[in-house]
Design a binder for this molecule. Structure first.
Ligand code: B12
Length: 214
């Protein structure tokens, strides 16, 4: 089988909620030395995007969404473990979190892994993180950048809240901010006063480097 067959297997494994098939496809693709990010972007992400679309159209329901997400979470973890890390981690410190009220963290974990692979120190606060906690931890870890992920239109305002709170606490000049998540756009970033936006993990690395003038 060629890597295209395994990429197709990766996509269908998510749609079929088949963890064995997903693991096998991931292992085969890794053994073919396909880049981890490419495996995600060309294999598994199209699968979870299809599931999301079907859910949005009412063709799939919560139990199926959860089953697909579980397979996706496991395979993302497996792929992330295979992202080679730079020995030196002194390019800059990024504090990252999925905002309060939002438990979507698959995409954020890919961003974390790509940033680490590119030499950044990343503190990941996980999901459902309050604005106060994000700021507190950014101060504690002397972060250069704060990145937030929002996957729901109802949680995007938390990214705006962060900007407002940073301003209020006189910390806006101390941290650069970057926002992401499926419904987030560069327009939104501009509107709320975030310093950058990235549509995916690769772009996130580019934008973070730009923010740190690298
Ligand atoms: C998987 C999933 C779930 C899983 C999440 C599991 C997990 N651990 O993350 C579960 C089952 C828990 C879930 C729950 C819900 N979900 Co959901 N979910 C999805 C789904 C199908 C895929 C998301 C995903 O992982 N995509 C793959 C990753 C790789 O992509 P990504 O997240 O966009 O990340 C990339 C970029 O955005 C960017 N990025 C991401 N974060 C960041 C951060 C920074 C700083 C930067 C720079 C970049 C960046 O880089 C990433 C890598 O390329 C989406 C559909 C979709 N197309 O988004 C719906 C979706 C987001 N969910 C939706 C909904 C409605 C819900 C629920 C409310 C359902 C319910 N009735 O309960 C709950 C909400 C729970 C909550 N409070 O958060 C809606 C949201 C609609 C809306 N307009 O707000 C969507 C769009 C589905 C739909 N079509 O209706 N969901």
């Amino acid at each position: 089988m060629t890597y295209n067959n395994f990429l197709e297997q990766a996509r269908t494994s998510i749609i079929e909620y088949d963890d064995k098939k997903a693991t096998e496809a991931a292992k085969q693709l890794l053994s073919m030395e396909l880049a981890p990010l490419e495996i995600m972007e060309k294999g598994f992400i199209p699968g979870i995007a299809e599931v999301g679309e079907a859910f949005g159209l009412g063709r799939l329901f919560m139990p199926e969404l959860i089953r697909a997400a579980k397979v996706m979470e496991a395979v993302t973890q497996l792929i992330n473990q295979n992202v080679s890390q730079m020995d030196e981690q002194h390019k800059g410190v990024v504090m990252i979190a999925t905002v309060k009220g939002d438990v979507h963290d698959i995409g954020k974990s890919i961003v974390v892994s790509m940033l680490q692979a590119n030499g950044f120190t990343v503190h990941d606060l996980g999901r459902d993180a309050s604005t106060d906690k994000i700021i507190e931890e950014a101060v504690r870890h002397e972060a250069d950048i704060i990145g937030t992920s929002a996957l729901l239109t109802t949680t995007m305002p938390k990214q705006k809240e962060l900007e407002a709170e940073l301003k209020k606490q006189g910390l806006k000049d101390r941290f650069k901010t970057i926002v992401g998540g499926a419904p987030v756009t560069s327009r939104w970033a501009e509107r709320i006063g975030a310093d950058a936006f990235a549509k995916d993990a690769q772009e996130a690395v580019i934008q973070v480097k730009k923010l740190l003038e690298m």
